[in-house]
Design a binder for this molecule. Structure first.
Ligand code: PGA
Length: 274
């Protein structure tokens, strides 16, 4: 049974002074049985968010509350080396104790930091070695979709990022794939649920060809790109889509609460909660 996941990517928003309070509000307003919640703030806010979530979602308080899992903390990136002369960078071992998840290969990093599939593959190794659960982002540009190349672009990204990785290790690390069409990120424009499902099926076909156990069936696939409380239902209605990676809407408590509430319905329908 795959997890139903809502991951909040706060990108370059919030400060250490306000992130904790926002995390506390988010945690309290998104308690849905069977839904895995992850908040990914900027590096400098990880401590504040970790502490706020630990206080808000004390296991002693939510125990017995019908399968509510404490909200988790994720980082938005990690360096591909373990340590060294890399001014301004953060290595995976530095995140231990601060975060349990990490977003890798986000299109904004591919665009702004020149991250390649091979580099993202090295980050994947570092993340897993540090015990972080990776959310690997893939997705095509608009011209690629219009040229009918969306599936082959995502297939090539997967092959590039996953080359040399042992599928069984990545499955045990709980790797998640986020399909984020680049033209849908922050634009208010989304793929359709059917487009996302077609891509999720294609991703699982690629994983099968790459030797994944059970035809990639155990890997959660999220949709990302202008997800809101109003459109999340269209994606979660697709059995192959297991949740969302949410940017802009994840900074608005009403929006995130609505998205997680809809994910709660899916978790119940899929037997993850009663
Ligand atoms: P968006 O961002 O929801 O603001 O489009 C999604 C993402 O970049 O992960």
């Amino acid at each position: 049974m795959r997890d139903v996941i809502v991951a909040a990517n706060w990108k370059m928003h919030t400060t250490p002074a306000d992130a904790g309070e926002l995390a506390r509000i988010m945690a309290a307003r998104t308690r849905e049985p069977g839904v895995t919640r992850v908040i990914c703030p900027p590096f400098v806010c990880l401590t504040a968010v970790r502490d706020a979530l630990a206080a808000a979602d004390d296991p002693a308080d939510i125990e017995g509350a019908g399968g509510i899992q404490p909200a988790a903390v994720g980082a938005q990136n990690v360096h591909h080396e373990l340590a060294g002369a890399y001014t301004g960078e953060i290595a995976a071992p530095m995140l231990v104790g601060l975060a349990t998840w990490v977003i890798l290969g986000h299109s904004e990093r591919r665009r702004d930091a020149g991250e390649t599939d091979a580099l993202i593959g090295r980050k994947l190794t570092r993340a897993i070695d540090a015990g972080l659960r990776p959310i690997l982002c893939v997705g095509e540009q608009l011209d690629e979709r219009e040229a009918g190349a969306a599936i082959s672009v995502v297939d090539a990204q997967l092959r590039g990022c996953l080359a040399g990785h042992d599928p069984v290790t990545l499955v045990s690390a709980g790797m998640v794939i986020a399909y984020e069409p680049v033209w849908a990120i922050g634009t208010g424009r989304t793929a359709t649920g059917a487009d996302a499902a077609t891509m999720a099926d294609a991703i699982r076909r690629s994983l099968t060809e790459l030797g994944w156990p059970d035809a990639g069936d155990g890997v959660p696939i999220l949709y990302g790109g202008s997800v809101t409380s109003a459109n999340i239902g269209e994606f979660l209605a697709e059995p192959s889509i297991d949740g969302a990676l949410v940017g802009g809407a994840s900074l608005k408590p009403d929006e995130l609460a609505g998205i997680v509430a809809r994910a709660g319905l899916t978790a119940r329908a899929r037997g993850l909660a009663s």
